[in-house]
Design a binder for this molecule. Structure first.
Ligand SMILES: Cc1cc2nc3c(=O)[nH]c(=O)nc-3n(C[C@H](O)[C@H](O)[C@H](O)COP(=O)(O)OP(=O)(O)OC[C@H]3O[C@@H](n4cnc5c(N)ncnc54)[C@H](O)[C@@H]3O)c2cc1C
Length: 400
């Protein structure tokens, strides 16, 4: 069953941000009702995605000239938080979709920009295919070569171990090695709609948390052409200036929104049992709040810096060692602090409201969901990268 919210937002009309936020809260409230069922039955939140599509949320950040809402990264981050307060899996599906859209928006060759019109018109959901069995989550290389028939047509044969919503996606953003002969670093970014490819060997996603994302394994095959290659630009530049920053911003926003919601619910539960308050209670609340605030403030600062660089087309700053370290830090800080905050909230509320599934607060689900955060592009990889980069970026004192 598809839930329809009567006052669907139509981009192009002069929607004030307030209305957009109100709508996001309405959608989130509907999603909240199915979040537990999705988790319990290990199923993709089809109704919630349909709800986002029916309300034009799949084109929220697409520029207005291509039929989208034209909203900026800060607003997308806020909306991701609001959606995650209802269902973290659905918000993550949407947040990753925004990651694909943003990458297309900022890197596609101009004559291929019609893709954006199609996404807006048909409210397509775009899944991400970057990880591989042989190289894990590492983004900047590929071991899956394209097999060229001639100068403009090739065969795609791509084993994809983890694709969020892969079975339900309308289109796919895929990384692949340019050819058998090229190096693993010669990565191309492909876009293919579902009709152009065949999807087989779909595996299971029996995970501890984020069960609604149904991040299944699959084999993607198809005869594609030059039109499917978004750009011939250097992929590491695309990753540094678009794919990684917007990814880390949207992931952190989703985890943060879900944690903020649980924090609010925890305080409400505690206030009902005020006689149980002691010094430790206040200290724990303070510690949880500190972790949430650290992530919130770091996220906002990075969004400001990222947005400013994009507005000025300042790719040099985005590719700098300093920005790379900080955007990696955003993902590390968010994944570690928010998981720790969920863990501390369990200590705070105890067994009944913390450890056991209950109607009042989805804390045990949040704990399981957030356990994936450090693995979703493994923090170990980011820490190794930041350690190496810091050897070249250790002048941290104010400049003269
Ligand atoms: C909820 C969720 C959704 C996802 N959705 C998608 C999706 O839509 N599309 C997609 O392509 N992928 C997706 N992924 C996959 C993700 O990007 C990673 O590929 C995946 O989490 C595998 O990571 P890994 O740590 O197991 O594997 P790897 O990254 O291969 O790491 C394996 C182990 O090796 C160690 N290791 C590896 N390299 C290094 C290094 N350089 N330095 C130090 N240690 C290292 C790590 O400690 C780790 O334990 C998703 C993952 C999650 C959790």
């Amino acid at each position: 069953m598809v839930f329809i919210i009567k006052d669907v937002l139509i981009w192009g009309e002069n929607i004030v941000t307030n209305n957009l936020y109100q709508m996001a809260y309405k959608l989130s409230a509907v999603m909240r009702k199915s979040a537990a069922i999705v988790d319990e039955n290990n199923k993709f939140p089809e109704e919630s995605l349909d709800l986002l599509k029916a309300n034009n949320f799949m084109s929220l950040i697409i520029p207005r000239e291509f039929g989208g809402g034209g909203y900026n990264v800060k607003i997308a981050s806020d909306i991701a938080q609001i959606l995650a307060s209802g269902c973290l899996s659905t918000a993550m599906i949407w947040g990753m979709h925004c990651q694909q859209i943003y990458t297309i928006m900022n890197n596609v060759e101009s004559e291929k920009k019609r893709i954006l019109n199609e996404i807006s018109q048909n409210q397509l959901y775009i899944a991400s295919v970057t990880s591989e069995h042989t190289k894990g989550g590492y983004l900047l290389s590929s071991n899956s070569p394209l097999h060229w028939y001639n100068n403009s047509e090739f065969e795609l044969y791509r084993l994809a171990p983890t694709v969020t919503g892969g079975e339900y996606a309308d289109a796919y953003l895929i990384t692949a090695k340019k050819s058998q002969e090229s190096t693993d670093k010669n990565v191309l970014l492909l876009y293919a709609v579902r009709d152009e490819i065949s999807i087989t060997d779909i595996g299971d996603w029996h995970s501890m948390g984020m069960r609604g994302t149904q991040s299944v394994s699959m084999l993607i095959k198809g005869k594609l052409g030059a039109k499917n290659i978004l750009t011939e630009e250097d992929f590491s530049g695309i990753a540094q200036t678009s794919l990684i920053p917007i990814g880390h911003i949207m992931w952190a926003s989703c985890w943060l929104g879900a944690t903020k919601e649980v924090f609010k619910k925890a305080i409400k539960i505690l206030k009902k049992n005020k006689n149980k308050f002691n010094t430790l209670t206040y200290s724990r609340i303070s510690s949880i709040r500190l972790k949430i605030d650290i992530v919130n403030n770091y996220l906002e600062r990075l969004i400001d810096e990222f947005t400013m660089c994009m507005e000025r087309n300042d790719r040099t700053s985005l590719e700098s060692t300093s920005f790379n370290i900080q955007i990696n830090n955003l993902k590390i800080i968010a994944s570690e602090n928010l998981f720790a905050a969920a863990n501390e909230t369990i200590e705070l509320l105890g067994m009944y409201h913390g450890y056991i599934k209950n109607e009042l607060i989805p804390l045990e689900r949040l704990f399981r969901d957030l356990r994936s955060a450090s693995l979703m592009y493994h923090n170990d990889r980011l820490k190794e990268a930041n350690g190496k980069l810091s050897l070249y970026n250790s002048e941290l004192l104010p400049f003269l």
